[in-house]
Ligand binder design. Sequence first.
Ligand SMILES: Nc1ncnc2c1ncn2[C@@H]1O[C@H](COP(=O)(O)OP(=O)(O)O)[C@@H](O)[C@H]1O
Ligand SMILES: [Mg+2]
Length: 325
Amino acid sequence: MNTIKAKIAVAFAGSVPGVESAPHEMVAYDGQQNHPLLPRVMDTFRFNKDLFMTLGLSWNREWSRSETDARRGVWIGGPKGAGKTTAPEQFFARLGVPVLTLTCNRRVPLSDYISKMVPDGEGGWINQPGPLVIAMQEGYPVVLNEPSAMDEADLIAMHDIIDRGLLVTDDGTVVKAKRGFLVYAADNTMGYGDESGGYVGTNVLNSATMRRFFKFEIDYPNEAEEVGILQARFPNQVKEALSAFVKFANMIRAPYNQRQSQVTMSTGELIEMVEAAVYFDGLSSQGRSPAWFAFNRIMGGMPPVEMEAARSSFQACFQIDVSGQ
Ligand SMILES: Nc1ncnc2c1ncn2[C@@H]1O[C@H](COP(=O)(O)OP(=O)(O)O)[C@@H](O)[C@H]1O
Ligand SMILES: [Mg+2]
């Protein structure tokens, strides 16, 4: 892999608070512009500053550590739709680094990501390297989505891969990862299991697994940051209108944060609600609220108690009575 140095101030301009005055450079990859695994840069993505610094620590360390030091990706834990998966993808997108994102569950064994037998076209079978092996050989970071939903045995079997970049396959082949291969986790938990009740099927993880990651617990952005995210995404909407949406989302989140409800609203769902409200703008001429209609398309099916609470929060934020809608 050809590496180059990218100026942080330029590569991340506009996406991290205050980054324009950062004096440092970071390792970037050259010539990967057309690689299918290179995520496309989202101009509207706004990094949590502390998460950005943690991703930077992990990536810089990878390029300066001694050969015998362990690799360290970041375990990003937090609620749905907080940007846990997108943040490392967007971090690497801006550095031209292809990223392999894998979604974990009990049904897909680790071995499927390592190699697969495929027909050779002449009636026989050949062993084809899986995505994980390719990422190791090429030096691409891997993002594991929801690893706490994975079979624990599979995760433990990954320990050597995660920190030493070393894999010995069934047939004895040794795969030694290139520098740049790092494992990141985007999970609803911090390894201690789910305390909210909203994430079925998550396991408490072995502390030997968790020790192999830097840790970052993320929550939804604060009000000003989230209004900023919406403004970047919907530049034609006035700030006051976008603020009402963010206030509404925060009212939906409050009982969840106090562990009184399993329902919460993510940044991702908030963005989709605004998008649908803009799309359904014409409904207002029929005496219906586009924003409430949009909310139901995104968050519909909530239990009746939460739905009633949402109606009164909606009235408080938008000054519209939607009791009959
Ligand atoms: N900080 C952010 N800036 C812009 N968009 C965001 C941000 N966080 C989340 N989103 C939006 O929310 C969607 C869901 O994010 P995702 O990374 O899938 O969440 P998670 O992995 O935490 O469940 C993304 O597609 C993105 O559009
Ligand atoms: Mg995710």
